[in-house]
Design a protein around this ligand. Sequence first.
Ligand code: SF4
Length: 312
Amino acid sequence: MKEKKTIVLASPRGPCAGVNRALEIIEEVLRRFGTPLYVNHDLVHNQHVVNTLRERGVLFSKDLDAIPNRSIYLFSAHGVSPKFRQEAEKRNLILIDATCPLVTKVHIEAARLTKTGHFLFFIGHRGHPEVEGTTGVAEMRLIESVSDVKALSAQDVPEGKPIAVLTQTTLSVRETEEILTALKRLFPEIVLPSKKDICYATTNRQKATEELAKQCDSILVVGSKHSSNSNRLRETAENVGVRALLVDFPKDIPDDFLQEAQRIGITSGASVPEILVQNVIDHILQKFPKTEVQNLSVLEENVRFPLPKFPT
Ligand code: SF4
């Protein structure tokens, strides 16, 4: 067992501007209107956040027919397709949109490129709510991997149409670059995302995790299993060659993982409240009281998004 341990905390980590905005919106709505309050999907992909909201009376449902008239209905940070939005607008509901502005930016770009006659590829993970929302904006072909690009043939793209590609906001920067390179090789004229669609928070957390992994022998990523950006942080650390574990709570950390570790790097996904990171730190300190805690600041972040207008 390695007795003398060090915890290294990556910065930036944890909540991004889009998640903070969604949480501020729901707090304000709860303050003004109370419950019941409905959300179309997990407001953000974090088990603790969603369970806490449930305990406070927030209900989650995509089934618009099941939402009572005059209810307040929130769209989650992942965004919704125009079709879903229109369906919701037809009902007697009070709609509040917590879609992250950076997701909305990709929706706007998809609509613009379609209007200018482009055939669209979209790099993302099938079934993720953000992907369902964005691919509902316009017709586009989903690409999940370099193998998907290799499987493409000339017939998959309409002749004579310009081609463009957009991406989900929470992908692995490295893998996405590989897919973009493969697409560019196949379609040299393809229009690549003007500013990378992978958002600043995803990019910054991956950069910080890469640096962290270079300095540690074990990495704990605090985040939920269904959180795309948290999974990408675990992969980022693994790609550096260190073992990494994605955990929601201290109980998810096997004792032997800590016993074997000497320098434990900790980071967290973009939807993870800092209290969950603190709980993991406390758990390690309780087991190994001599552990030293250090910070590793890789980048500064100062992004904030304005709140929408609330109904009166
Ligand atoms: Fe917005 Fe990026 Fe946060 Fe997603 S991870 S909510 S796109 S800032």
